[in-house]
Design a binder for this molecule. Structure first.
Ligand SMILES: Cc1ncc(COP(=O)(O)O)c(C=O)c1O
Length: 398
């Protein structure tokens, strides 16, 4: 069966060039520990630093501002816990707890970290987001208090693709002297990211979302930003992240970043055109289908579509049987009975949230893929609706 992968926001396949770049650091003479002073160690160290330069170039940072981590989750946690710990150390003796501002549509790597901080006495404001899926910078500004130590707003949302006004929020944060973090895990490699233009202090990245290996990420830490490490151990990553570096993974991340820089502009136009054809084809053939946040600034590859009276998990399974891979909201919430917090945050009822499917396109998708997807999707919707007593009842009452 010919298979179509439209779940690139969950993860992407390793690019062959990335695999080739990693190989010498897995099974060849590049296996050394980058902290060793002998030839093997220095070879690994040189590769590590070269990769750091490449990742820095992807976001227009300096190489010294890049700290390698185990992925987006660790980068987000380091940003939140690290800034709050540094603020607590700076304000030694202050009688009021630190305050953190974030939004209701963040990835769980930020939301659950914020909740864990709340349990430790930090005050957290979760700024709501309307049906556009885009936070209002004015709402962020109104939430600021003298105790606000950190604002964390994602660059683009993993379920909706909506792009947040990060540059504006960052300006507000700077005006108030507050550290600003953005989770750019879904944006990097899909749209241009320039930390200088954005003016952010901290930015999270993950290699596996841009055709790099899983288990590798980075946190951009702007020079001069006060941050405590999440873990303690060796003096790796300039004392900002201990542990023997995942050299092959980091080399892969570096190569993936280079490939992303080369192909970014053409690819994003090509993918946006394919996404347009997918949405058009679906809307033409399927009744009661709605594209979420279609009028908002969106990532070129992401499409969140609600098919009323279709159960999302059922859709994903039925589509998979026909060779189409997609997902219900975030991959991490699949299998859970709770509807996606992101869809609830933009005003969806539980039923509407459960009827929503995320299609996320990638480098390997072709016109043929979209053509086939547009044939499969109406069949799946029709079949599931024919099994839904609720849909039939509504259809009869019309
Ligand atoms: C917006 C966002 N942040 C963070 C993460 C976590 O990244 P990782 O899988 O590298 O831990 C993801 C993964 O889906 C994501 O979409």
């Amino acid at each position: 069966m010919r298979r179509i992968y439209l779940d690139n926001n969950a993860t992407t396949p390793l690019a062959p060039e990335v695999f080739e770049a990693m190989k010498p650091y897995l099974i060849d003479e590049g296996f050394g520990n980058a902290s060793s002073i002998h030839w093997y160690g220095q070879r690994a160290k040189a590769a590590l630093e070269e990769a750091r330069e490449s990742v820095a170039r992807l976001i227009n940072a300096q190489a010294s501002e890049i700290v390698f981590t185990s992925g987006g989750t660790e980068s987000d946690n380091t940003a939140l816990f690290g800034v709050v710990a540094a603020a607590a150390a700076d304000s030694h003796g202050a009688d009021r707890p630190a305050h953190l501002i974030t939004t209701t549509i963040e990835h769980h790597a930020v939301l659950y970290a914020a909740q864990a901080l709340e349990a430790r006495g930090v005050r957290v404001t979760y700024v709501p987001v309307g049906s556009s899926g885009v936070v209002d910078p004015g709402d962020i500004e109104r939430a600021i208090t003298p105790e606000t130590a950190l604002i964390s707003v994602m660059h683009s949302n993993n379920e909706l693709g909506s792009i947040q006004p990060v540059e504006e929020i960052s300006r507000i944060a700077r005006e108030h002297g507050i550290v600003f973090h953005t989770d750019a895990v879904q944006s990097a490699g899909k749209i241009p990211i320039d930390v200088k233009k954005l003016g952010v202090h901290l930015l999270s990245l993950s290699a596996h979302k841009l055709y790099g290996p899983k288990g590798v990420g980075a946190l951009y830490i702007r020079k001069g930003t006060s941050l405590r490490p999440l873990m303690y151990g060796g003096h790796h990553e300039r004392d900002r992240r201990p542990g023997t570096e995942n050299v092959s993974g980091i080399v892969g991340f570096g190569r993936a970043a280079e490939l992303a820089i080369q192909g970014l502009c053409d690819e994003s136009h090509r993918i946006a055109a394919l996404r347009g054809r997918l949405e058009e084809g679906i809307l033409q053939q399927v009744s009661d289908a709605t594209v979420h946040c279609s009028r908002s600034p969106r990532l070129p590859n992401t499409s969140s579509i609600r098919f009323d009276h279709v159960e999302g998990e059922g859709f994903v399974i039925a589509a998979d049987l026909l060779g189409l891979a997609c997902s219900t909201g975030a991959a991490c919430s699949s299998g859970s009975l709770e509807p996606s917090h992101v869809l609830s945050a933009i005003g969806m009822s539980k039923e509407q949230a459960r009827s929503t499917i995320r299609f996320s396109l990638g480098r390997h998708n072709t016109e043929d893929d979209i053509h086939q997807a547009v044939e499969i999707i109406p069949q799946v919707v029709e079949r599931l609706r024919s099994l839904s007593p609720h849909y039939k009842k509504e259809a009869v009452s019309l």
